[in-house]
Design a protein around this ligand. Structure first.
Ligand SMILES: [Zn+2]
Length: 196
């Protein structure tokens, strides 16, 4: 039906990532998320949460946290096929498609983590910190994308993706530096509304 397609399109277009955790650690983290969305509007379309990483690496994607919303009949069918109920979210989109699940019925809500404190402690200034956070988001989101669409992921794709993002950033530096001047915050509102 025509209207439904439009609604789906709107839902996808208005997809927002819950980035409150990293915003709490750094009031300019939202600029990094904005930049990633400008660089590649699709990259965070399956990511529902950018969480803080308290220690260790710069970032993390753990497929054990992968999450999917599926219609009940699809869930029942997957369980019938032998997938454990608490493992359903981890079945990559690729496999679900192979098994005949319509991608439109799959709502992916994956999580990636960024170690904001570590990046802040090692960056020279706000622009440097924001770009490091941005490239970490690109790196982890590329792991997420590769795993959903190919079933696996290595360091190669994410590292190349990071380099491309930094190249893009250096070509758009004037516009990027403009974002650091007196821009109002805009994330909190959305989530308060959303949780009603
Ligand atoms: Zn990696």
């Amino acid at each position: 039906m025509e209207t439904r397609t439009f609604e789906e399109w709107m839902a996808r277009k208005e997809h927002k990532v819950d980035e409150r955790q990293i915003d709490m650690f750094y009031d300019k983290a939202h600029i990094a998320v904005e930049l990633v969305n400008e660089y590649d509007p699709d990259l965070l379309s399956r990511v529902s949460t950018i969480a803080n990483l308290a220690s260790g690496a710069y970032g993390l994607y753990n497929s054990g946290e992968a999450n999917k919303e599926l219609p009940p009949d699809v869930k029942r069918w997957l369980i019938y096929r032998g997938v454990k109920e608490d493992q359903i979210g981890r079945v990559p989109q690729l496999i679900l498609k192979k098994w005949g699940v319509d991608p439109k019925q799959i709502e992916i809500g994956d999580t990636i983590h960024v170690n904001v404190r570590r990046i802040l402690s090692q960056s020279k200034n706000d622009i440097d910190a924001v770009l490091q956070i941005g490239s970490t988001i690109v790196h982890e989101a590329t792991h997420e994308k590769e795993r959903e669409f190919t079933g696996t992921s290595s360091e190669t794709g994410p590292k190349i993706a990071e380099q491309k993002f930094m190249q893009w950033a250096s070509q758009n530096m004037r516009r990027i530096t403009g974002k650091f001047v007196g821009k109002p915050r805009k994330n909190a509102d959305y989530y308060e509304r959303h949780s009603l």
